[in-house]
Design a protein around this ligand. Structure first.
Ligand code: ATP
Ligand code: LTN
Length: 338
């Protein structure tokens, strides 16, 4: 990441589909925090994306605000970052329409996230789930983002965004910046604690397979201690499927402490999974407790959160209008007289 120059724009978003997990934190939010000092940063809660799966309206409102509070609680300073809610800015869905008219059905059908989500038993396979990557491309291109910090599962969507942007630029002349994903080398895919062959997801994982940033400390410890491992006993990183559980726990340990995996292996030579899990439970609790406390305080201060959102949306809206009118002009729409 060292080679990134300043003045560039960083943008990312998280869906309010459930409680944020340590997967969201390690794969994406840790990078949001790291990048906040040197770049222009826009971090959204992408509530329109959440509607691709059925949501209870009251809960959706609560989860959306709770994620804004968690953005601040993990260390994003609202003075330095543009924190806002996607639906507060007009332009995301409008640009998505234009981009949708330039995106092939074949491209959308290739998307792994669509294939996975629509193959789930009882899945509600609606048009929004299918066109979701176009809205994501619009989120990114609307602000000319240079870099997009995300976990591994979003790489394909950022690649599609790049293709759409290049297609538009080729057809209508240079308009969009071609964005690049920023994906952490380690921790880009934290796995479900009960099923370490699948990704920990805030809405896809069962309760015992995930840890939320705002879970009670006793629950956090319990989840780590009951994480699935294997019949072995050595604390060693291995790429084999059998070792997926311990590999995932080692990755979580390394990412929350910044101690390298090799060093952790040395620290636990001659010790068993029980000792390792006990220490990891303490580490996760120690790391998450201040986040939970700060979140809980912020949720009692709705006026403050609303002020943050107002200023975030105002400044994002200015940028969005500018880009949208440029795009409308380039594709040949007659300018409205206002
Ligand atoms: P859902 O289960 O509802 O699909 P999710 O937990 O996958 O949600 P998103 O809102 O889709 O979360 O993702 C927010 C960010 O967190 C994205 O950048 C995504 O790549 C990253 N992310 C999500 N899950 C993980 C994970 N298990 N490990 C690392 N990064 C993750
Ligand atoms: N598709 C992403 C969420 C998302 C996003 C974005 C991420 C929507 N818009 C723009 C980065 C940039 C997901 O499912 N995690």
């Amino acid at each position: 990441m060292e080679e990134l120059s300043s003045q560039k724009t960083i943008l990312s978003g998280i869906k309010p589909t459930g409680q944020l997990t340590i997967g969201n934190y390690i794969g994406a939010m840790k990078n949001f925090v790291k990048l906040q000092n040197d770049y222009e940063t826009l971090y959204m809660v992408v509530d329109l994306h959440a509607l691709t799966v059925p949501q209870e309206p009251k809960e959706l409102r609560h989860k959306t605000l709770s994620i804004i509070a968690q953005y601040i609680a993990v260390g994003l300073d609202p003075e330095k970052n543009n924190l806002f809610i996607q639906s507060h800015v007009t332009g995301h869905t409008e640009l998505a329409w234009i981009l949708g008219c330039m995106t092939g059905l074949g491209d959308l059908s290739r998307m792994t996230q669509f294939k996975d989500k629509s193959a789930k038993p009882g899945a509600n396979v609606n048009a929004g789930l299918y066109t979701y990557p176009i809205l994501m491309a619009s989120d990114i291109l609307l602000y000319n983002a240079d870099f997009v910090p995300v976990g591994e599962d979003q790489k394909q969507h950022v690649e599609l965004t790049r293709d759409i942007a290049m297609r538009f630029n080729y057809r209508y002349s240079d308009t969009f910046t071609i964005p690049e994903p920023i994906i952490p080398k380690s921790g880009a895919r934290i796995m479900d604690l009960q099923n370490p062959m699948s990704k920990m997801g805030k809405s896809d994982s069962g309760e015992s397979g995930r840890i939320a940033l705002i879970d009670e400390p006793s629950l956090v410890a319990k989840r780590i201690k009951s994480a699935v491992t294997d019949s072995g006993s050595e604390i060693k990183f291995s790429e084999t499927d059998e070792k997926a559980g311990i590999r995932n726990l080692l990755t979580i340990y390394a990412n929350l402490t910044e101690i390298s995996i090799a060093e952790i292996e040395l620290m636990y030579e001659g010790k068993g999974y029980g000792d390792f899990k006990k220490d990891l439970a303490d580490i996760v609790v120690e790391r998450l407790s201040p986040i939970k406390n700060r979140h809980d305080d912020l949720m009692k201060n709705k006026d403050y959160l609303e002020a943050v959102l107002k200023s975030g949306a105002e400044s994002a809206q200015k940028k969005a209008w500018k880009m949208l009118s440029k795009v409308y002009r380039k594709v040949g729409l007659v300018q409205a007289v206002r």
